[in-house]
Design a protein around this ligand. Structure first.
Ligand code: SF4
Length: 367
């Protein structure tokens, strides 16, 4: 375990060099966010002191690139059908208790219309891997949004697709794509997914997205079952190699109708520390303060912003279907109108000295 000066030195090295070797990453993560109960008690004051330093430096880096601006994305969860069966997900194929829905183009455009009035300039179309939405249907939806709102960015989060499909969405006007890798460790990946789902294929999708020209996002759950500090280090090294434009991380939260129903939730402190570490590694990264963070702690999103996040994603989906997109239990903001969500978040951001801006919020060019 590191003492304060050693920890501070590692944080300063990460700040300057944007990367650490595996051992140093592991030592840093365990020092700022120890998980075992005994260690937590012994080191709580040291880890608190060190993590305060980490958060403070991360805020400095964020301010250099984004001032006090927070970008908002309007999230439209347009289908909760999914052909996959990820063990951690509440809308996995095998969950016969999930009440399924699909939004048609008209309903999606209505969400965009409301979002545009509320000042959103990015729409995120998110759904399970749902073959009902063919490339023809999807490109029509994407180009229709783009034709009406040419000053807005479109982000897709639709899971794994062929390179041709990714290209067709890009040509139709999609700007960004989110595809969390979830874990960069093969063995760990195989414990979170059925054997038909392969880490290699997910990584290839991410490479394809970058090659096509998407602003590309990846990410992972913190504290997912069987995760270790070593697998987290692999995640960080994979992100260093990939150089994505966006990284979304949130604590693992169990869903009662999944094989992981009885697993423990991830740690808030560890999630926050990893947000800061990512901010050092890729200073211009777009990092959301996720809904999962807001679910695990009433001030989770504010804490995420204060650890270096710079994006929030309020829900624009129609109220009638919000409760049906339950990836995990107790998800917040499922009972509020889009305008209420937006007003509430705006106040929350103002309270911590940040402002929600009306902006596409593209990833800054990297030198
Ligand atoms: S995590 Fe995504 S791909 Fe996996 S089951 Fe859930 S919606 Fe489908």
């Amino acid at each position: 375990m590191l003492n304060f000066m050693q920890g501070k030195q590692l944080i300063d090295t990460l700040f300057k060099e944007k990367r650490l070797d595996n051992t140093s990453f592991q030592l840093l993560i365990e020092s700022v966010s120890p998980l075992s109960q005994t260690l937590q008690e012994e080191t709580s004051s040291l880890s608190m002191e060190l993590s305060s330093y980490l958060f403070e430096k991360a805020r400095e880096v964020t301010a250099i690139h984004f001032q006090n601006h927070i970008y908002k994305r309007g999230l439209i969860e347009f289908t909760n059908y999914c052909q996959n069966d990820c063990y951690y997900c509440g809308i996995r194929r095998s969950n016969g208790n999930a009440s399924r829905y699909r939004l048609n183009k008209q309903a999606i455009l209505e969400c965009c219309e409301q979002g545009y009035i509320l000042g959103f300039r990015t729409f995120v179309l998110q759904g399970g891997e749902d073959p009902y939405y063919t490339d023809t249907i999807l490109t029509d939806i994407i180009s229709s949004i783009k034709n009406r709102y040419s000053d807005c960015a479109i982000t897709l989060s639709l899971g794994e697709k062929s390179k041709e499909s990714f290209l067709s969405y890009f040509n139709a006007g999609a700007d960004r794509y989110l595809l969390r890798h979830e874990t960069a460790d093969e063995t760990h990946y195989s414990k979170l997914h059925p054997s038909i789902q392969k880490l290699e294929s997910r990584k290839q999708c991410l490479l394809n997205l970058k090659e096509i020209g998407y602003q590309t996002g990846t990410g992972f759950m913190v504290g997912s079952p069987y995760q270790t500090t070593q697998t987290l280090v692999e995640d960080l090294q994979f992100i260093h190699e990939l150089q994505p434009h966006m990284v979304g991380i949130g604590p693992f939260l169990p869903h009662h109708q999944t094989p992981f129903a009885n697993k423990s939730a991830g740690s808030l402190q560890r999630t926050l520390c990893l947000i800061s570490i990512l901010r050092f590694m890729l200073p211009t990264l777009l990092i959301p303060a996720t809904t999962a963070l807001g679910t695990i702690h009433p001030k989770g999103r504010e804490l995420g912003i204060l650890a270096g996040a710079n994006v929030v994603m309020p829900n624009l989906s129609p109220l009638s279907i919000r409760k049906k997109y339950m990836l995990y239990d107790n998800k917040i903001c499922t009972g509020e109108e889009a305008a209420e969500c937006q007003g509430c978040l705006s106040n929350r951001m103002n309270n911590i000295g940040r402002i929600l801006v009306i902006d596409r919020g593209d990833a800054p060019e990297r030198n």
